[in-house]
Ligand binder design. Sequence first.
Ligand code: PGA
Length: 228
Amino acid sequence: MKYIFANFKLNPIPTHTLYPSIYKSSEAVTVVVFPPAVFIHKCIADGLAVGAQCGSSNTFGAFTGEVNMPLIKDSGCTYVLCGHSERRTLHHETNEDVALQVTAAVQAGLTPVICIGETLAERESGTTESVLQTQLNALEFNNDCIIAYEPVWAIGTGVTATTEQIHAVHAFLRQILATKNCNAVPLLYGGSVNANNAKEIVAIDGVDGALVGGASLKEDFAQIVAAC
Ligand code: PGA
């Protein structure tokens, strides 16, 4: 089973003629859409598997503007992204914040999709592995989660990590997961995945699927799903 996740980010749900048909799961691939929160109900009504792009770890109360994990679950979502690099950068979410979100998501019965990845400066200074290890070690999780390796320098840039880079990082992450008895956790790659490179990426040993941003809005998202 492969996983292709469509992160619509801050965009309306696609208006092309292939919505919603190309976003439906099959026996070979689990497709999940992550729309802006206000479109969650529409995507569910359209028969899609849906996740939230983020969720608060706070309990109910005076947190204007926030939506927490129990509400996300009640809305019909099954997944929630935790620690996407845009949340870490733009909203200053720390590893500790992400850890609280992951715990709250699991408690609410959601599957957290935990996003980790190094910046370009970190890769160039040779600290990729220690950064990823720190990001993972901050979290408590079990086999009921999904991890997406998304190098920050590959997100939305059109620069995809090479096959060798993805393979090496996924092998490293597998080693860490083994020490945590989490061998069943699916490991996705994210960062400028598109219709042209998806087949090669999802075929890399150790890659269980892809988290797709920009290309998930286009009709040729169908080719990414078909690549599995
Ligand atoms: P991208 O985004 O496919 O546009 O690089 C991936 C992501 O942010 O999850």
